[in-house]
Design a protein around this ligand. Structure first.
Ligand code: GLY
Length: 263
């Protein structure tokens, strides 16, 4: 049976809008090719569905160029969901757009009221705790408000620091099973993963760190053969998805879905 931490009956995704060409990015390396972006998104949804999960594909939101990165809008836990408060001003309204869909799945739906900010890309839920990295998008007030909510549900939240120049905490790490984390060397060096089993991305393949363990498979971006080999040798079943266009918008595997188990 799949590790319960990585078992998901449902996922929510959102189609990329044509306006995604205007999405936020730290460095401009060119506009995404929309046909390729759509094909990659389709492949991602197919891969999630192939594990047996029910996957909702929401329509594009043209007013929010980054809205396909749904992970930043909410945190889904077994006890309920939290509507987050994205720290990028152009993304703040995306959270309210997600609320009606989550309300169809969760009876206990809470929200970060502010004034702080939290984006889901900064949250790693492991088998023993919820790690939240402060970043340019997630601040101390937002983390404190989230900590109060999840404590009410019996979860321990540990605040850590996302290294400067890294967009989100999970840009550089992902959960492979309850006790195992895939991480870049630079994030592991910050010392935030004590007690976990770590697998490091290969040198020069730091962009492979953002994967998702979804039921029995690990979805990872294509084009990182040495990291893929490490994961394969460790016994994980890999599904590689082209991420070249999402990467132009600083997006990756985790950003494209909200995942939860309501079975
Ligand atoms: N383009 C994704 C983000 O910056 O939030």
């Amino acid at each position: 049976m799949t590790d319960p931490t990585c078992h998901f009956s449902h996922a929510i995704t959102r189609q990329p809008a044509a306006s995604a060409v205007n999405g936020l990015r730290a460095h401009d390396i060119g506009a995404p090719d929309m046909a390729r972006l759509q094909a990659d998104h389709d492949a991602y949804v197919v891969a999630l569905r192939a594990t047996g999960a029910q996957v909702t594909v929401l329509p594009p939101l043209s007013g929010y160029p980054d809205a396909m990165f749904v992970e930043d809008t909410a945190l889904c836990l077994p006890q309920g969901a939290v509507i987050l408060r994205p720290g990028a001003p152009s993304r703040l309204g995306e959270a309210a757009e997600m609320a009606p869909t989550l309300a169809t799945h969760f009876t206990d739906l809470r929200r970060i009221d502010g004034p702080g900010y939290v984006e889901g890309g900064d949250i790693l839920v492991t088998g023993r705790e919820i790690l939240v990295g402060r970043s340019a998008r997630t601040d101390a007030a937002g983390v404190a408000e989230l900590a109060r909510i999840v404590a009410d549900w019996g979860h321990r939240l540990r605040e850590v620091e996302t290294p400067a120049d890294i967009l989100h905490f999970k840009t550089d790490c992902s959960l492979l099973d309850a006790e195992t984390i895939l991480t870049t060397e630079r994030l592991a060096a910050a010392g935030c993963f004590e007690g976990y089993r770590l697998i490091h991305t290969a040198e020069g393949e730091e962009a492979a760190a953002n994967t998702i363990r979804f039921n029995d498979v690990v979805l990872m971006p294509g084009g990182f053969p040495r990291t893929a080999e490490r994961l394969d040798r460790a016994g994980y079943t890999l599904v590689e998805i082209n991420n070249s266009e999402c990467a132009k918008l600083d997006g990756g595997m985790s950003c494209l879905s909200l995942r939860f188990n309501s079975a």
